[in-house]
Ligand binder design. Structure first.
Ligand code: ADP
Ligand code: MG
Length: 485
């Protein structure tokens, strides 16, 4: 689209994220909550909603909802009830979902994201409420029929509804990434969008910059990755602006994202919207939450990415870039936490995590939780570098690869066995320097005639003949001195 036209408009976006809870059993029954089980094997009369069966609240779901609410600074409702949301669908055998309508467990609060230019921005939350998932209609396994798997029916969900504070597809991408990071840190959802355990509906409207009123919103569904949330929003913004520019009137509707074509397609308009006939769920008692219950959850809260980010930038003196990268993955952050208990060289510790350790994990597809080299070994490696016993490059190229193979061997031991201990002793360094000078008479000549930048070449040669063992600091001064002679 024409940049000039595009820049006249501003997007307004609010997201509704559904997170499947990692509970052992379902929201209102003891049926197993397990992804990937044989179809329709985690289903009893309660999931099927047979007449006469009664739901019972899963306490873990409430605990998880409080956990997420506390992490986002929400107000936790002390008294609430459940509601029935009625509609017909083949994968909803009960004919209704148990959800929360007028009394969500959490209200207010916010999630911090980064904007395009790296600034911190607070996206306010409207509410977080508890509900249950429906079953799954499968259209692509049988050629003729749609199959229904009810294992998912009754799986507990938290729905996180944001205020329309998001202004671009990139901010939306960052927001969903933050939500996923948060639920993973809290251990309440695996955050896997491809498997559908985290899902996102995007509400999008556009308006001319400077206008206060919101435009007509469109809700887009069926994005199975964070990248697709971004693509769907980007498409929708352009589509809406083009329609407005042509003088068309937008209608409030629900659209579906087609990931192959990269477009959204109308599913239903507001006029055809469901009337869910919400009413208080008569089979579940109203839920009361005490201070004691909240305090108990509060006491069990793990460290959260934002807290760690602030600690790393403010207390450990890391750059925002390093702090952000370290906290992006919970396992990496926890490993780093262990490492900085053992090494006060926080920056070097961060470099090892983001450099050699991460490269190894990426290359071999290993999760940090399965990384065999323990933090004390990395701390020891940093220590011998700081003591000048080995250079960083020798540590990275020669010692670290062996530490991966010989898990119990101290880095210092490896360095000794491979004869890698750096020479800071003047006599031995001098021997290397003399050899380099002997080997490169013409470069020495040029250096002495004023090409001082050749010192880099000589240092390189020195490292080569010493096999990386000459301590660079001690060598550099000595080398210059000899060359000047
Ligand atoms: P509905 O009643 O259609 O569900 P809500 O008011 O509950 O609508 O809002 C649902 C989501 O849509 C929220 O995330 C909210 O922030 C967002 N939203 C509301 N109005 C707009 C708008 N004009 N443009 C974009 N998003 C909006
Ligand atoms: Mg709504």
């Amino acid at each position: 689209m024409n940049e000039e036209i595009r820049s006249k408009y501003e997007a307004v976006i609010g997201l509704e994220v559904h997170a499947q809870m990692l509970t052992r059993s379902k929201a209102y029954s003891s049926d197993l909550n397990e992804y990937g089980s044989h179809p329709n094997s985690n289903v009893t009369v309660i999931s099927l909603g047979h007449p006469g069966t009664l739901p019972r609240m899963n306490k873990k779901t409430v605990e998880y909802a409080i956990k997420l609410g506390l992490a986002c600074g929400c107000t936790i409702a002390r008294e609430q009830h459940f509601a029935r949301k009625n509609y017909f669908y083949p994968d909803l055998p009960k004919g209704y979902q148990i959800t929360q309508d007028t009394t969500p467990i959490c209200t207010g609060g916010s999630i911090h994201i980064k904007t395009e230019n790296g600034d911190d921005k607070e996206i306010h939350l409207t509410r977080i409420h508890m509900e249950e998932d429906a079953g799954k209609s499968i259209h692509d396994v049988d050629v003729y029929d749609t199959l229904v798997d009810l294992n998912r029916a009754g799986v507990p969900l938290l729905e996180i509804v944001s205020e329309p504070d998001i202004r671009s597809s990139q901010e939306a991408y960052n927001y969903v990434s933050e939500v996923r990071k948060l639920v993973r840190y809290l251990d309440i959802c695996d955050g896997n969008m491809e498997e559908g355990s985290l899902r996102c509906d995007a509400n999008i409207s556009v308006r001319l910059k400077g206008v206060n009123e919101f435009g007509t919103k469109v809700e887009v569904k069926n994005m199975n990755s964070i990248r697709n949330v971004q693509r769907a929003i980007e498409f929708e913004i352009s589509r809406q602006i083009e329609a407005i520019e042509k003088g068309e009137k937008l209608t409030q509707e629900t659209r579906s994202f087609d990931a192959l074509k990269g477009i959204t397609i109308s599913m239903r308009t507001k006029e055809a919207a469901n009337d869910y006939r919400y009413f208080p769920e008569p089979d579940l008692q109203p839920l009361k939450i005490s201070d004691e219950q909240i305090n108990k959850v509060h006491a069990m809260m793990p460290a959260l990415p934002r807290e760690l980010f602030l600690k790393y930038t403010q207390e450990l003196g890391l750059s925002s870039y390093d702090a952000y990268n370290l906290t992006e993955n919970k396992g990496i952050a926890l490993y780093y936490e262990e490492l900085v208990k053992l090494s006060a060289n926080y920056k070097a510790a961060a470099n090892w995590m983001m450099g050699d350790v991460k490269s190894y994990l990426n290359e071999f597809g290993v999760e940090i939780e399965d990384f065999q080299v323990k933090p004390n070994m990395i701390a020891e490696l940093i220590k011998i570098i700081d003591e000048g016993k080995v250079s960083t490059s020798v540590a990275s190229q020669k010692i670290f690869p062996l530490m991966l193979k010989e898990l119990d061997k101290e880095p210092m031991k490896i360095a000794e066995e491979l004869n890698l201990i750096q020479e800071s002793n003047e006599d031995s360094i001098l021997e290397y320097i003399n050899e380099v000078i002997r080997q490169h008479p013409s470069e020495v000549e040029r250096y002495r005639n004023g090409e001082k930048q050749l010192v880099g070449f000589f240092m390189g040669q020195l490292m080569k003949v010493s096999q990386g063992k000459a301590d660079p600091k001690a060598s550099n001064a000595l080398l210059r001195k000899k060359l000047e002679e």
